[in-house]
Design a protein around this ligand. Sequence first.
Ligand SMILES: *Cc1c(COP(=O)(O)O)cnc(C)c1O
Length: 370
Amino acid sequence: MTDYLKLALTGVQGLAPYPPGKPIEEVEREYGVKNAAKLASNENPLGPSPRAIEAMQAAVKDVWLYPDGNGFNLKSKLATKLGVSMDMITLGNGSSDILQFVMQAYVDKESEVIFSQHSFAIYPILTQMMGATAVVPPAKNWGNDLDAIAAAVTERTRVIFIANPNNPTGTWLSGAELEAFLAKIPEQVIVVLDEAYFEYAIAAETGANGYPDGMQWVDRYPNLVVSRTFSKVYGLAGVRIGYGVCNPQLADVLNRVRPPFNVNSIALVGAEAALDDTEHLTRSVSINAAGLQQLYAGFEAMGLDYIPSAGNFVAVDLAQTAAPFYEDLLREGVIVRPVANYQMPTYLRITVGSEAQNSKVLAALKKVLG
Ligand SMILES: *Cc1c(COP(=O)(O)O)cnc(C)c1O
């Protein structure tokens, strides 16, 4: 038989699939536990807004029709909310779609793509997929070292990924730092500012030198793509919807790469209704803030170090190889994320859950650490 791996494109041959968080049912089946707490994928413990659920339920009867391929209603709502024009918005099947469109449109095997050490796992996967070269400057204080990233730009650089806040470390960059960085990057290099945790960070890190809203720069920097998602604070990870905002010409390019009907009709109405429910958003953000404090206090009581986070997750240092404890926690019915693949072998990344889930993970951690 033909070797279909060898036949695949060089970049594809070297791909390793993205390791997702273990599903609840799988853990319950394999470990014989009940009511497992999944704190592995940064989902909102409250779930989506009840208004989003209602809208999605009502839309089920129309699933025989193709969705609006241009997502007119959602885009116009987003445009108003974000203060941008509709032709600057690209909708994605999750925001990871947007990251992929940028890569497909601008990167080939001659290209270099820059992202920080300890940054989101999708960036190296997409780079590998395109057969491009990953340039990975060391992190500074667990986050993006913007000077090192700017210094790494060459004639071959096509794309730079910056997650703010960063996943899995939760570190964040101020507006002044990011603006100085954007001003330094040549216009032909696309900067993707990945704001998957925007709503959490903007609420937590306020003040003069606080967390910035990337939308303020999309008019000034034509090479900037700001991406956001409904998977995290809006609790819609399962229906897959996110978006990118950038200058209209670049958005037109992304729109050409975008497969037709990439966003389904259920997700479109769910996202729209979710945007209307500011009360659910506020509640989600405040439960997260309290949950972070609960986890920090628990870690401190156990003498564990952690990286303070602007997101809905926290990386905790077990000061020894974390993989066996990840397994032990599964047996206790708690699913967290080992991050050895992020060069953080002694850390676990724990999503902030409900108060009860946070107590459960802290108690389980205490038990397995002995
Ligand atoms: C979760 C996450 C995303 C987005 O995921 P989608 O579900 O595809 O929207 C993007 N970037 C980072 C850093 C994330 O953590």
